[in-house]
Design a protein. Sequence first.
Length: 250
Amino acid sequence: MTEEAKQPFMSHLEELRKRLINAFIAIGVAFCCAYYFAEELFGFLIAPLTKAMPEGSSLIFTNLPEMFFIYLKTAFVAGILVASPVIFYQFWKFIAPGLYPNEKRYVVPFVTSSTILFISGAMFGYFVVFPFGFQFFLGFANENLRAMPSVQQYFGFASKMLLAFGLVFELPVLMFFMSKMGLVSVASMKKKRKYAILMAFVVSAILTPPDVVTQCMMAVPLVLLYEVGIFFSRFARPDKKEEVKEKEEE
Protein backbone atom coordinates (compact mmCIF):
# COMPACT_ATOMS: atom_id res chain seq x y z
CA MET A 1 0.00 0.00 0.00
CA THR A 2 1.44 3.39 -1.03
CA GLU A 3 1.81 6.32 1.34
CA GLU A 4 -0.93 8.19 -0.55
CA ALA A 5 -3.32 5.26 -0.13
CA LYS A 6 -2.50 4.90 3.57
CA GLN A 7 -3.59 8.45 4.38
CA PRO A 8 -7.29 8.05 3.43
CA PHE A 9 -7.34 4.61 5.08
CA MET A 10 -5.93 5.99 8.35
CA SER A 11 -8.33 8.94 8.26
CA HIS A 12 -11.25 6.52 7.90
CA LEU A 13 -10.00 4.51 10.86
CA GLU A 14 -9.65 7.67 12.93
CA GLU A 15 -13.16 8.75 12.00
CA LEU A 16 -14.50 5.28 12.86
CA ARG A 17 -12.73 5.40 16.23
CA LYS A 18 -14.23 8.81 16.95
CA ARG A 19 -17.75 7.68 16.10
CA LEU A 20 -17.42 4.47 18.14
CA ILE A 21 -16.19 6.43 21.16
CA ASN A 22 -19.14 8.82 20.92
CA ALA A 23 -21.56 5.90 20.61
CA PHE A 24 -20.05 4.09 23.61
CA ILE A 25 -20.19 7.28 25.68
CA ALA A 26 -23.91 7.57 24.92
CA ILE A 27 -24.44 3.91 25.82
CA GLY A 28 -22.41 4.39 29.00
CA VAL A 29 -24.51 7.35 30.13
CA ALA A 30 -27.73 5.47 29.37
CA PHE A 31 -26.34 2.39 31.13
CA CYS A 32 -25.65 4.35 34.33
CA CYS A 33 -29.21 5.68 34.34
CA ALA A 34 -30.71 2.29 33.51
CA TYR A 35 -28.75 0.46 36.22
CA TYR A 36 -30.62 2.43 38.87
CA PHE A 37 -33.79 0.69 37.61
CA ALA A 38 -32.09 -2.63 36.75
CA GLU A 39 -34.29 -4.74 39.03
CA GLU A 40 -37.50 -3.21 37.63
CA LEU A 41 -36.20 -3.54 34.07
CA PHE A 42 -35.36 -7.20 34.56
CA GLY A 43 -38.80 -7.78 36.08
CA PHE A 44 -40.30 -6.22 32.95
CA LEU A 45 -38.04 -8.36 30.74
CA ILE A 46 -39.11 -11.66 32.32
CA ALA A 47 -42.83 -10.75 32.52
CA PRO A 48 -43.81 -12.59 29.27
CA LEU A 49 -42.22 -15.79 30.57
CA THR A 50 -43.55 -15.61 34.14
CA LYS A 51 -47.07 -14.99 32.80
CA ALA A 52 -46.82 -18.11 30.63
CA MET A 53 -45.42 -20.31 33.43
CA PRO A 54 -47.71 -22.28 35.78
CA GLU A 55 -48.77 -20.52 38.97
CA GLY A 56 -46.13 -20.73 41.67
CA SER A 57 -43.26 -21.25 39.20
CA SER A 58 -40.24 -18.97 39.01
CA LEU A 59 -36.87 -18.60 37.34
CA ILE A 60 -33.75 -19.82 39.11
CA PHE A 61 -30.11 -18.80 39.35
CA THR A 62 -27.33 -21.18 40.38
CA ASN A 63 -24.31 -18.92 40.98
CA LEU A 64 -24.21 -16.36 43.77
CA PRO A 65 -22.96 -13.40 41.67
CA GLU A 66 -25.17 -14.34 38.71
CA MET A 67 -27.96 -11.84 39.39
CA PHE A 68 -25.48 -9.00 39.84
CA PHE A 69 -24.10 -9.59 36.34
CA ILE A 70 -27.61 -10.12 34.94
CA TYR A 71 -28.62 -6.70 36.25
CA LEU A 72 -25.51 -5.21 34.64
CA LYS A 73 -26.32 -6.85 31.31
CA THR A 74 -29.96 -5.79 31.53
CA ALA A 75 -28.91 -2.18 32.07
CA PHE A 76 -26.49 -2.46 29.14
CA VAL A 77 -29.21 -3.71 26.75
CA ALA A 78 -31.51 -0.95 27.99
CA GLY A 79 -28.67 1.50 27.42
CA ILE A 80 -28.37 0.40 23.79
CA LEU A 81 -32.10 0.91 23.23
CA VAL A 82 -32.12 4.33 24.90
CA ALA A 83 -28.95 5.47 23.13
CA SER A 84 -30.07 4.15 19.71
CA PRO A 85 -30.73 7.68 18.29
CA VAL A 86 -27.14 8.67 19.10
CA ILE A 87 -25.81 5.38 17.67
CA PHE A 88 -27.65 5.89 14.39
CA TYR A 89 -26.53 9.52 14.26
CA GLN A 90 -22.89 8.49 14.71
CA PHE A 91 -23.29 5.90 11.96
CA TRP A 92 -24.70 8.59 9.67
CA LYS A 93 -21.82 10.95 10.47
CA PHE A 94 -19.37 8.17 9.59
CA ILE A 95 -20.84 7.59 6.13
CA ALA A 96 -21.76 11.26 5.49
CA PRO A 97 -18.38 12.22 3.93
CA GLY A 98 -19.10 9.80 1.09
CA LEU A 99 -22.54 11.25 0.34
CA TYR A 100 -23.55 14.01 -2.03
CA PRO A 101 -24.60 17.36 -0.48
CA ASN A 102 -28.27 16.77 -1.31
CA GLU A 103 -28.10 13.35 0.39
CA LYS A 104 -26.55 14.68 3.61
CA ARG A 105 -29.72 16.59 4.46
CA TYR A 106 -31.54 13.33 5.18
CA VAL A 107 -29.84 12.95 8.55
CA VAL A 108 -33.00 13.71 10.57
CA PRO A 109 -35.29 11.33 8.60
CA PHE A 110 -32.63 8.64 8.76
CA VAL A 111 -32.04 8.90 12.52
CA THR A 112 -35.76 9.24 13.30
CA SER A 113 -36.95 6.37 11.11
CA SER A 114 -34.08 4.09 12.16
CA THR A 115 -34.77 4.69 15.84
CA ILE A 116 -38.53 4.16 15.48
CA LEU A 117 -38.06 0.93 13.52
CA PHE A 118 -35.38 -0.38 15.90
CA ILE A 119 -37.58 0.20 18.95
CA SER A 120 -40.63 -1.15 17.07
CA GLY A 121 -38.74 -4.33 16.23
CA ALA A 122 -37.77 -4.86 19.86
CA MET A 123 -41.37 -4.21 20.94
CA PHE A 124 -42.67 -6.66 18.33
CA GLY A 125 -40.37 -9.32 19.70
CA TYR A 126 -41.39 -8.58 23.29
CA PHE A 127 -45.17 -8.18 22.91
CA VAL A 128 -45.87 -10.59 20.02
CA VAL A 129 -43.14 -13.21 19.68
CA PHE A 130 -42.32 -13.76 23.35
CA PRO A 131 -45.83 -14.59 24.66
CA PHE A 132 -46.64 -16.90 21.75
CA GLY A 133 -43.23 -18.57 21.77
CA PHE A 134 -43.17 -19.16 25.53
CA GLN A 135 -46.66 -20.66 25.49
CA PHE A 136 -45.47 -23.04 22.77
CA PHE A 137 -42.25 -24.06 24.54
CA LEU A 138 -43.86 -24.48 27.95
CA GLY A 139 -46.59 -26.62 26.40
CA PHE A 140 -44.19 -29.56 26.47
CA ALA A 141 -44.28 -29.66 30.29
CA ASN A 142 -46.41 -32.34 31.96
CA GLU A 143 -46.67 -34.17 35.27
CA ASN A 144 -43.30 -35.79 34.61
CA LEU A 145 -41.58 -32.73 33.11
CA ARG A 146 -41.30 -29.36 34.83
CA ALA A 147 -39.79 -26.27 33.25
CA MET A 148 -37.17 -24.56 35.43
CA PRO A 149 -35.54 -21.89 33.23
CA SER A 150 -32.51 -20.11 34.61
CA VAL A 151 -32.16 -16.33 34.51
CA GLN A 152 -28.88 -16.65 32.59
CA GLN A 153 -30.42 -18.76 29.83
CA TYR A 154 -33.49 -16.57 29.63
CA PHE A 155 -31.54 -13.33 29.50
CA GLY A 156 -29.30 -14.67 26.73
CA PHE A 157 -32.33 -15.69 24.70
CA ALA A 158 -34.40 -12.55 25.36
CA SER A 159 -31.62 -10.01 24.77
CA LYS A 160 -30.57 -11.72 21.54
CA MET A 161 -34.17 -11.74 20.27
CA LEU A 162 -34.84 -8.10 21.16
CA LEU A 163 -31.71 -6.84 19.41
CA ALA A 164 -32.22 -9.20 16.45
CA PHE A 165 -35.79 -8.02 15.84
CA GLY A 166 -34.66 -4.43 16.25
CA LEU A 167 -31.99 -4.87 13.58
CA VAL A 168 -34.14 -6.71 11.02
CA PHE A 169 -36.79 -4.00 11.28
CA GLU A 170 -34.18 -1.61 9.81
CA LEU A 171 -34.64 -3.24 6.39
CA PRO A 172 -37.04 -0.59 4.93
CA VAL A 173 -34.65 2.22 5.90
CA LEU A 174 -31.72 0.39 4.32
CA MET A 175 -33.67 -0.25 1.12
CA PHE A 176 -34.90 3.34 0.89
CA PHE A 177 -31.46 4.93 1.22
CA MET A 178 -29.83 2.39 -1.08
CA SER A 179 -32.44 3.33 -3.66
CA LYS A 180 -31.93 7.01 -2.93
CA MET A 181 -28.21 6.69 -3.63
CA GLY A 182 -28.89 4.79 -6.84
CA LEU A 183 -27.38 1.51 -5.62
CA VAL A 184 -30.60 -0.41 -6.34
CA SER A 185 -33.86 0.30 -8.13
CA VAL A 186 -37.44 -0.62 -7.33
CA ALA A 187 -37.54 -2.80 -10.45
CA SER A 188 -34.48 -4.79 -9.40
CA MET A 189 -35.87 -5.29 -5.89
CA LYS A 190 -39.12 -6.62 -7.36
CA LYS A 191 -37.23 -9.00 -9.63
CA LYS A 192 -35.24 -10.37 -6.69
CA ARG A 193 -38.27 -10.82 -4.45
CA LYS A 194 -38.02 -14.63 -4.44
CA TYR A 195 -34.37 -14.44 -3.38
CA ALA A 196 -35.32 -11.95 -0.67
CA ILE A 197 -37.91 -14.39 0.70
CA LEU A 198 -35.29 -17.14 0.77
CA MET A 199 -32.79 -14.85 2.52
CA ALA A 200 -35.44 -13.87 5.07
CA PHE A 201 -35.72 -17.48 6.21
CA VAL A 202 -31.95 -17.96 6.13
CA VAL A 203 -31.37 -14.85 8.26
CA SER A 204 -34.13 -15.92 10.64
CA ALA A 205 -32.57 -19.36 11.00
CA ILE A 206 -29.25 -17.73 11.92
CA LEU A 207 -30.63 -15.15 14.37
CA THR A 208 -33.27 -17.23 16.15
CA PRO A 209 -33.17 -20.49 18.14
CA PRO A 210 -33.35 -23.70 16.09
CA ASP A 211 -37.12 -24.05 16.04
CA VAL A 212 -39.54 -23.47 13.17
CA VAL A 213 -42.02 -21.39 15.17
CA THR A 214 -39.59 -18.62 16.18
CA GLN A 215 -37.95 -18.63 12.76
CA CYS A 216 -41.28 -18.12 11.00
CA MET A 217 -42.24 -15.35 13.43
CA MET A 218 -39.15 -13.45 12.30
CA ALA A 219 -39.12 -14.47 8.63
CA VAL A 220 -42.73 -13.47 7.90
CA PRO A 221 -42.36 -9.90 9.25
CA LEU A 222 -39.04 -9.67 7.40
CA VAL A 223 -40.77 -10.50 4.11
CA LEU A 224 -43.46 -7.91 4.86
CA LEU A 225 -40.77 -5.34 5.69
CA TYR A 226 -39.16 -6.05 2.32
CA GLU A 227 -42.44 -5.15 0.64
CA VAL A 228 -42.68 -2.00 2.78
CA GLY A 229 -39.16 -1.12 1.70
CA ILE A 230 -40.12 -1.51 -1.97
CA PHE A 231 -43.15 0.73 -1.47
CA PHE A 232 -41.23 3.58 0.17
CA SER A 233 -38.32 3.22 -2.24
CA ARG A 234 -40.69 4.45 -4.96
CA PHE A 235 -40.43 7.90 -3.37
CA ALA A 236 -36.64 7.82 -3.17
CA ARG A 237 -36.04 8.81 -6.79
CA PRO A 238 -39.28 10.33 -8.09
CA ASP A 239 -37.80 12.01 -11.17
CA LYS A 240 -39.12 10.99 -14.57
CA LYS A 241 -35.86 9.52 -15.81
CA GLU A 242 -35.77 7.04 -12.96
CA GLU A 243 -39.37 6.01 -13.57
CA VAL A 244 -38.64 5.42 -17.25
CA LYS A 245 -35.52 3.44 -16.35
CA GLU A 246 -37.47 1.19 -13.98
CA LYS A 247 -40.12 0.54 -16.62
CA GLU A 248 -37.44 -0.43 -19.13
CA GLU A 249 -35.87 -2.82 -16.60
CA GLU A 250 -39.24 -4.47 -16.02
